[in-house]
Design a protein around this ligand. Structure first.
Ligand SMILES: Cc1ncc(COP(=O)(O)O)c(C=O)c1O
Length: 443
């Protein structure tokens, strides 16, 4: 049987999946894994939940989906109501991935300006060390050299500003001065591009794969949003990885005190049961697009797929009924503090950060200088392999310092992981990092 192709994520010899229950997965050899990262921060209510499976089966038993131009449907209406209530936004375009949600957000921003009589606003600004997805525009927006290099010549040009990284400050900038520095940099980039030509600024409130669950410093979102407003530039928050409740609030940017013009969600929204994402936007944008073209000029055949929405509704009901966001708000900070304490004997653990059940660990060769391990050591790959050996699934990533070096890992367990399961994840992570660091320290 053909294997998935080898890349920075998959290795040549992957175990073969058998089944999953709750926070655990098993391969066909009977080996058990604890899912410490919800795969790629997807499995919000764990695996094999009979309530979700039943809701999907019931929907499939009636009809797989009602094409959106022909029918509305109960799951579509319930999910839309839930998203509007949770975000304070007005309407959305559904997708079947995060990349398509980002692509839709870009088209919505462009259409908004066009329909408003401002068609010159066609440029986008995004950050270094960010990941927005695998479609062409989403890849262009991303600041992730490894994943862009092969396509660079064909990608639309995007304005670029620094990552908001309080652990790795720009040269000559203090922690206290960081937010003002980054806001000024954004303003300068808007002006360089021509402020009347910029459509939107996109950022992840907590950076995922490209930054290792890295939240922006306090005040960053407000300061940059204020710059955007002054220049008529829309704010897009990419919450594909950090949103839909993962940080303990449904909309991650809520904690930053801003409401974006457009937010993108996917992953935890339907918890990995079936593919579902959305680009969600304000009443103002909805009204302008309705007046201009009758609605958004984007969507796919499977937009608003009924069975996918049935899965999403079942997941969202579980999150609400079991009070899982309150649990994350309560347990997340304590778990993060516990992880920090348990890793304190390893000086190469340079930073433990994140929000809620979205936690990043950064390992460095030298904690004083924060110099990363040499990329040739493949530390993040070693972490993945050592963790898997111990039956721990985590989400390591590399290259965030200079495109090649820099090693982080993300923990993003299901929202309903028990205290004992979170302890097990922490135990296995400590053993993994002890082994990997002992193998590379001093190299
Ligand atoms: C912040 C962010 N945006 C967009 C995407 C793309 O989502 P998908 O892989 O579902 O297309 C990802 C995927 O990891 C992501 O983390």
């Amino acid at each position: 049987m053909p294997r998935p192709s080898a890349n920075d994520i998959a290795t040549a010899a992957l175990p073969r999946i058998s089944h999953g229950r709750g926070v655990y997965l098993w391969d066909t050899d009977g080996k058990q894994y604890i899912d410490g990262s919800g795969g790629p921060a997807v499995f919000s209510v764990g695996h094999g939940d009979v309530r979700v499976n039943k809701a999907v089966a019931e929907q499939m038993g009636k009809v797989a989906y009602g094409y959106r131009y022909l029918f509305t449907a109960d799951p579509l209406e319930e999910m839309s109501e839930r998203i509007c209530k949770a975000t304070g936004l007005a309407d959305m375009v559904y997708t079947t991935s995060g990349s398509e949600a980002v692509e839709s957000a870009v088209k919505i921003a462009l259409q908004y300006h066009f329909d408003k009589g401002d068609p010159a606003r066609v440029k986008f600004i995004a950050r270094k060390r960010s990941w927005h997805g695998n479609t062409m525009m989403a890849t262009a927006l991303s600041g992730f050299e490894d994943r862009q290099r092969a396509f660079a010549g064909a990608l639309p040009v995007v304005g670029r500003v620094s990552a908001a990284n309080a652990y790795r400050l720009p040269a000559g900038v203090s922690r206290e001065g960081l937010v003002a520095h980054l806001a000024a940099e954004l303003e300068a980039e808007i002006q360089r591009l021509g402020s009347e030509t910029v459509a939107a600024f996109i950022f992840e409130p907590v950076v995922g794969a490209a930054g290792g669950a890295l939240p922006a410093p306090e005040g960053y979102a407000k300061a940059t949003a204020e710059v955007c407003r002054r220049h008529g530039v829309l704010v897009i928050c990419d919450e594909v990885m950090c949103g839909s409740g993962r940080t303990g609030v449904w909309r991650a940017s809520e904690e930053d005190g801003i409401t974006a013009d457009i937010i993108t969600v996917a992953k935890s929204l339907s918890g990995g049961y079936l593919p579902l994402g959305a680009a969600v936007y304000t009443q103002e944008i909805a009204d302008v697009m309705a007046a201009g073209h009758g609605g958004p000029l984007t969507g796919h055949t499977y937009t608003g797929h009924t069975a996918c929405l049935a899965a999403g509704v079942a997941v969202q009901r579980i999150i609400e009924e079991e009070g899982l966001l309150a649990r994350i708000r309560d347990k997340g900070p304590r778990w993060q503090a516990d992880l920090r304490a348990r890793l304190a004997h390893l000086p190469q653990v340079g930073d433990v950060r994140g929000r809620g059940f979205f936690i990043g660990v950064e390992v460095v060769a030298d904690p004083e200088t924060k110099i990363p391990f040499d990329a040739s050591l493949g530390v993040n790959g070693r972490i993945r392999a050592e963790a898997l050996k111990r039956g721990l699934i985590c989400y390591p990533s590399g290259g965030h310092v200079d495109g090649a070096a820099g090693d982080t890992l993300i923990l993003a367990p299901p929202f309903n992981a028990s205290d004992a399961e979170l302890d097990e994840i922490a135990d296995k992570l400590v053993e993994t990092l002890e082994t990997v660091i002992a193998g590379v320290a001093g190299q």
